[in-house]
Design a binder for this molecule. Structure first.
Ligand SMILES: Nc1ncnc2c1ncn2[C@@H]1O[C@H](COP(=O)(O)OP(=O)(O)OP(=O)(O)O)[C@@H](O)[C@H]1O
Ligand SMILES: [Mg+2]
Length: 254
C-alpha cells in the first residue's frame, strides 16, 4: 500500500511518524500525492458532476479517451477513479483498456500481472486478476499479457460479458483507453460503455482532432458526456491565493 505525499501542514504530524513519499507513482496522480490540493479538488468537481448525472446510483461504465496519444488520458482516468473511490461505499474498478501502450500499472508502480486480455481470451478468471490499486478501495484490472491483435481481442463478445460482470460488482467502472484517431479500440470500448469522456490537453490538443475524435466515438455508438480539460494555466493556487482552500490551522482566523 502506498503512503500519500507529506501533507502541507506537517507541523501536525506526530514526530515519530515516517512519511514515505512514493515518487515512483506518477506525479500527476494528484489525488494520491496532493489530496488536499486545488488540482485534486478539480477532479472531485468532475466526479461530483458525473455522480449528479447518475442520481439512481446505478453502475456506470465510463471510458476515458482522447484524439491522439499523450494527451493525459491515463492520468485523468486514474485520478477520476481515485476520486470516485473516495466516496463512501463506492466500489470502483479501473480497467486498463489500452492494449497497445498500457501504462496504468506503471503509473501506480505495480508490476505487470495478468489482466484484461487474459480474461478476454479465457486464460484467467476475473477474480484472480482483479487487484488493489493501492488507493482506498480502488481495484485495478490491468491490461494483461501483450497481444498482437488488440482490435480482435476487444472486438469479441467476451468484452460485453466482462463489462456486465464488472457492473454487477462495482458502482463505477472506469476504462482507460487508447486514443481514438489511430485505431478503432477506443470506439469499440466506448460503444459498450455508458459514457465517454474526452480528454483535451489545453494548448496542445488540436481542436479539429478533438472534434473528429468526438464524431468518431459517436459514429461507433458511444455516448460522449463531455471533455476533461487538463493542464489548465492561470488557475494555479500559487498564482491566486483565493483559489487555495487548505484547512486552517488551529487558532487561525480567531
Ligand atoms: N496535467 C498534466 N500536466 C503535465 N503533464 C501531464 C499531465 N497529465 C499527464 N502528464 C504527463 O503527460 C504524459 C502523458 O500522460 P498520459 O500517459 O496520462 O497520457 P495518455 O493520453 O494516456 O498517453 P497514451 O496515448 O500514451 O496512452 C505523461 O508523461 C504524464 O506524466
Ligand atoms: Mg494512456
Amino acid at each position: 500500500m502506498f503512503r500519500r505525499n507529506k501533507p502541507a501542514d506537517d507541523a501536525a504530524m506526530p514526530e515519530d511518524m515516517v512519511v514515505i513519499v512514493d515518487q515512483s507513482v506518477n506525479p500527476y496522480l494528484v489525488l494520491f500525492h496532493e489530496p488536499a490540493g486545488y488540482r485534486a479538488e478539480q477532479v472531485r468537481a468532475l466526479r461530483n458532476r458525473l455522480v449528479a448525472m447518475n442520481p439512481d446510483g446505478e453502475p456506470k461504465t465510463l471510458v476515458v479517451t482522447s484524439a491522439v496519444r499523450e494527451e493525459g488520458k491515463t492520468v485523468a482516468a486514474l485520478n477520476l477513479a481515485m476520486a470516485l473511490a473516495e466516496l463512501e461505499r463506492n466500489q470502483v474498478v479501473l480497467v486498463d483498456g489500452d492494449l497497445r501502450r498500457p501504462s496504468c500499472e506503471r503509473y501506480l508502480n505495480l508490476n505487470p500481472a495478468p489482466g484484461l486480455t487474459d480474461v478476454l481470451l479465457g486464460r484467467a478468471p476475473l477474480d484472480r486478476v482483479l487487484r488493489p490499486a493501492g488507493y482506498r478501495q480502488l481495484m485495478l484490472l490491468g491490461s494483461g499479457a501483450r497481444v498482437t491483435n488488440p482490435a480482435e481481442v476487444l472486438g469479441g463478445s467476451r468484452l460485453d460479458e466482462l463489462l456486465h460482470r464488472l457492473k454487477e460488482r462495482f458502482q463505477y467502472v472506469i476504462v482507460d483507453s487508447p486514443p481514438v484517431l489511430p485505431s478503432t479500440d477506443a470506439g469499440v470500448l466506448s460503444a459498450r460503455a455508458d459514457g465517454t469522456l474526452v480528454v483535451v490537453r489545453l494548448e496542445k490538443s488540436l481542436k479539429k482532432q478533438t472534434r473528429d475524435a468526438i464524431r468518431a466515438v459517436q459514429d461507433m455508438g458511444g455516448n460522449v458526456l463531455g471533455c476533461f480539460v487538463t493542464e489548465l494555466r492561470g488557475h494555479d493556487p500559487e498564482s491566486d491565493r483565493r483559489l487555495a482552500y487548505e484547512p486552517s490551522s488551529e487558532g487561525e482566523g480567531s
